[in-house]
Design a protein around this ligand. Sequence first.
Ligand code: APR
Length: 181
Amino acid sequence: MPLKIIAADITSLGLDAIVNAANPSLLGGGGVDGAIHRAAGPALLEACRALPESASGVRCPAGEARITPGFGLPARHVIHTVGPVWHGGTAGEARLLACCYRNALRLLREHRLHTIAFPAISCGVYGYPAAQAAGVAIATLRDELAGNEAIEVTLCCFSGDMHAIFQDALDAVGPSRSPTT
Ligand code: APR
């Protein structure tokens, strides 16, 4: 499985695309959203503001994804997705989270890109329990990457603790450990 797990700042990765865990407005925020906008510069906000609204103030509904250039980032593109807010697990959160990963990879393929890094979507402000989110991420990516060796996926965790949680989720489904990086 062309999937690896690292502990790093996602804004430092020079890949085809990095994924932003955004909010529906796509107008920036804290966490990884804030870090990506700071590193990309104001042109990213302008590009997001130019994206069409599907409803008042909504440029990206939860589970969907939008793509922009990376501007000042080493990454060539940013794929913005909006994870579910955790409401206890009975409001379709797992399905929506899986959609984030699927729709981001759909955009990667549509733009003929090959390398992508995801943060731990919804595991911060949105409160998704990390071990459950990791299980959804790994299962979805495993399904999406089956037979698709042309895409290289990195799960970019921001701490060693989160790296361990995602590594455990990967070990639970796959025979090989991700290369330690
Ligand atoms: N690189 C990689 N991961 C990061 C970085 C970074 N520079 N900064 C934060 N993270 C990690 C967090 O530690 C967390 O594990 O990204 C994960 C997702 O956390 P959030 O950024 O809080 O995203 P999320 O939980 O999806 O909440 C989204 O927060 O910032 C706002 O505008 C955003 O409203 C939206 C909400």
